[in-house]
Design a protein around this ligand. Structure first.
Ligand SMILES: [Zn+2]
Length: 64
């Protein structure tokens, strides 16, 4: 099985399946796909357990 260079932190699709946006975070390189970028912006808590330290990220301000 081919080792892929990276996969989305949320859905684990690799760059063969979706464009990936590189993230640089705490000295590591991670990737996220455009479909999950809004999750990172608005609801990073959903990535707890997938993105190390996501529990410390604050969602972008939106007025509910
Ligand atoms: Zn994804």
């Amino acid at each position: 099985m081919k080792q892929s260079p990276g996969s989305c932190v949320a859905c684990h699709r690799d760059e063969e399946a979706t464009p990936l946006i590189p993230l640089h975070y705490r000295g590591t390189s991670l990737w996220i796909c455009p479909q999950h970028l809004p999750v990172l912006i608005h609801d990073p808590a959903q990535l707890v357990g997938r993105l190390p330290g996501a529990e410390n990220l604050r969602p972008a301000d939106h007025h509910d």
